[in-house]
Each structure stands twice: as C-alpha cells, then as structure tokens.
Design a protein around this ligand. Sequence first.
Ligand SMILES: [Zn+2]
Length: 204
Amino acid sequence: LWALDQCAGITVVQDPSDAAFPDMPLNALNRLRPDHMVTLAAMPRLLSSLVTQPAGEAVKAPESIRFEVEIAKGSVAEMDEMDGLGRRSVLACPTCHGVMWEIDEGPLTRFRCHVGHTFAAEHLSLSLDENLRRAMGSALRALEERLELARKLERDAEGKDQPHLAASWGKRASEYERELSVIRSAVSRMDEIDRGEDDYKAAE
Ligand SMILES: [Zn+2]
C-alpha cells in the first residue's frame, strides 16, 4: 500500500472500527494517510466509482521501488546497489543469514536481504525469536546428551573402582547441570516475555 501511495496510486483502507481484524487497517493507517477510509459495506460503491474516473497523470515510480520490483522478479541485487537503497544492518537475515539492509519507508523501517527476503521490524523480531528458541533448544539437547554421557562414565568408573576418574566425570556432569539450568531459566524467561506481550496486545 505504501509503495502504491509512493507511485501516486489511490489508496483505500477499511475503517478499523468496522474490521473483523482491525490490525491490518490500523497498520496501514500508521504508515500513511489513505485517500479514502470506508466501511466494508461502502467499499463496493467507492471502488466502482473510482474505476470509472479518468486515470491521473502517470507518475514515475521512485527508483527504490522499481529496483525492489526487479529483485522480486528474481534478479539478485549487487551489494553496492543495495547500499543505494538503505543502510547495512548489523542484523543478519533470519531466513538465509545473509547481510540485511534497513530501508526507511516514511515513519517505519523495513529490512531486506540481497536475496529478497523482506521483513517489517515487528515480523523480524518474531523471526529472530524463533531462531533464538531453536538455538536454545539445540543447546539444551546437546547439553542433556553430554550430561547423560558424563553420568554414565561416572557410574562406569565407580563400577571399575576408579574413584578419581569417577569424581572427574561427576564434576563435569555437575557443570553441565548448572549450564542446563541457566538455559532452561532463559527459555522460561522468554516465555514470560511472550506472555507479557500477548497480554499487552490483548489490552490494546
Ligand atoms: Zn535472506
């Protein structure tokens, strides 16, 4: 919608108070002032009247939008071309882990990698959370395996009457247990933050 607005298209947004899911029209209104805001019931009449009006003067699409359309069609952008579009971000693309650029669009920022994955800031945060959870899950599984192995080797050493070796494996196992509890509490802290955000959204 923002891109259409930048190309002098006529923009129509449903009145959020009329929408079953108001988030989408509200997001649109946060980004731009549409030419029309109407209820769903009024929309067919508005659209049929708009399509009968003569088209305005053709406006050349901004370079950044034409460039992005080319990427969307499948061309891979060069790094320096992307540098013309936005600033390089310190964040990596959550999908392909490539370099991302921060592109300002009015009051909001969008992230795009040179392959063409694109994220609004809010969605980027969700994708990064997902990656973080996966990484934490892998760390938990790896530590649990090491812990199990260390405990087994401790028991084996005890069985063979090798108390020093048993103590050494026991010490390692306790370290893994400590690391596991740190990661488990980080995961449950993430869950708490998520629940807090959901409550906040529900209150909105
Ligand atoms: Zn990517």
